[in-house]
Design a protein around this ligand. Structure first.
Ligand code: G6P
Length: 368
């Protein structure tokens, strides 16, 4: 009912604004300074099973799939474990050669997505350990998995997922820390990750301060028919997620792409009415993304840049900038998600769309 909106005009906006709190809830009781790692109550893995994990497959649909892609970068960088991410609808009908020591993660907000449930059952049947990263306590996937981690994000009502994505990314960061600490990560490295995670809710709170600026940018671009979202490395899945948010609720066609790959196709779409949203905070690939941005500008495409605070270099090229707080690269997808959620929300509002219940979409796709 309306009471649960707490004064917000839509569930989606309420859920966007809940993220400092939902991230704190995802971490509560799980970060341990005494051994500089994370702990989870429900993984149900023996320490022997834990050490034997030599490959991970993550499977999911929609926004949860994008969180899985963030997880791929996290597990490879922090835990040095090879990861593949598969759409559940594809995985369930494939028969990939998978070793018994491979662990399957099903990532799902609702715990009821039919394809994800089927992929989980198929993996179990083949004898793999299956773990769920799930928001809904007691859901089918939570019950059928061998173990898992709950998000504790509270009910998500808006059809377009927001707080579940940031919590899934946060849980995957803690899992990468945990697995990394059973392998090569030193206690000093582990503790640095913990300290950065602890600052995350406050950083997200600061990031929400971009809302007024984003409103102005939305007004400039609400009429367009196509938008490109471009980022690299950890911010490639964030670009996919930004594009998905916009198309889900505003019905504008949007494509997320690895920023350098756009020259193999999407750059053909660029014109004065096709803006590109660049995810370009300072980091290891900053210069590379900048040159991708210049290529778009050279072809007359407007550029909206999500960037580090006071970045004069970006500001001198982009048409609009959205500064976000500095965080380590592995946390940038969480921070960058906030302005992209708000941008989609504001554009959808200006176009008169029903943001909480977009046409043709369901919150939980329980049929194949
Ligand atoms: C639907 C929803 C999306 C969600 C996807 C996967 O498409 O509209 O917001 O990301 O299902 O849902 P799950 O509950 O499995 O995360």
């Amino acid at each position: 009912g309306d009471a649960e909106l707490n004064g917000f005009p839509h569930y989606m906006l309420k859920e966007i604004y809940e993220q400092p709190e939902t991230l704190a809830n995802a971490m509560r009781g799980r970060l341990d300074d005494s051994d500089s790692t994370a702990h989870f109550g429900g993984l149900n893995l023996t320490s022997q099973q834990l050490r034997q994990i030599d490959r991970v497959i993550m499977t999911a649909c929609g926004t949860s799939y994008h969180a899985g892609m963030v997880g791929e970068y996290l597990f490879e960088e922090l835990a040095r474990i090879p990861v593949e991410v598969e759409y559940a609808s594809e995985l369930r009908y494939r028969n990939p050669p998978i070793d018994r020591s491979t662990v399957m993660f099903a990532i799902t907000q609702s715990g009821e997505t039919a394809d994800t449930l089927a992929a989980l059952r198929e993996s179990k049947r083949m004898g793999h350990t299956t773990l769920a990263i799930c928001n809904t306590v007691g859901s089918s996937i939570a019950r059928e998995a061998d173990g898992g981690v709950y998000l504790h994000a509270g009910p998500e009502i808006g059809v377009a997922s927001t707080k579940a994505f940031t919590s899934q990314s946060c849980v995957l960061t803690m899992l990468a820390l945990y697995l990394g600490r059973t392998r090569h990560l030193s206690s000093v490295q582990g503790q640095a990750i913990i300290d950065n995670l602890r600052q995350l809710p406050e950083k997200v709170r600061q990031t929400l301060g971009c809302h007024e600026r984003v409103k102005g940018i939305a007004a400039k671009y609400a009429h367009v028919r196509n938008v490109l979202y471009l980022g690299r490395q950890y911010l490639y899945p964030a670009a996919l997620e930004g594009a998905l948010k916009l198309k889900e609720i505003s019905y504008i066609h949007a494509e997320g792409y690895p920023a350098a790959e756009m020259k193999h196709g999407p750059i053909a779409l660029v014109d004065a009415d096709t803006p590109s949203v660049f995810l370009v905070p300072r980091g290891s690939v900053f210069d590379k993304v900048m040159s991708n941005m210049q290529e778009i500008k050279a072809r007359g495409g407007p550029v909206i840049a999500v960037c580090s605070p006071d970045d004069e270099e970006v500001a001198s090229i982009a048409d609009d900038i959205i500064p976000i707080p500095d965080v380590p690269e592995y946390l940038q997808p969480i921070i960058a998600a906030i302005p992209l959620q708000l941008l989609a929300y504001e554009i959808a509002l200006l176009r008169g769309c029903d943001v909480d219940k977009p046409r043709n979409l369901a919150k939980s796709v329980t049929v194949e």
